[in-house]
Design a protein. Sequence first.
Length: 99
Amino acid sequence: MSPRTEPRTGTGPRSRSRTRTRTRDADAMAVTAFVLGLVGLLVMNLLLGPVAVVLGALALYRRTTRPGRARLAIALGITDVLVLACLVTADGTWSWSLT
């Protein structure tokens, strides 16, 4: 059989490289989501919170090797939105006010 007509088994070096790249991408998503969730507690809650939730969920879906960090990112993203809701309710504004 020629290389073009061989059935693909998914065990070749190309397939392993793709899997490694996909895992690295998922790990990067988990770390990025975690950082965005942390930063979102201080600034831009409305934007960074949902982004952290989505990236954390995508990292879990892509089977990251850091599932704890992805779950924590989801929790932080939800907390960001809850903090924003509390601030809006208490202060009546969409921004932080130190005075």
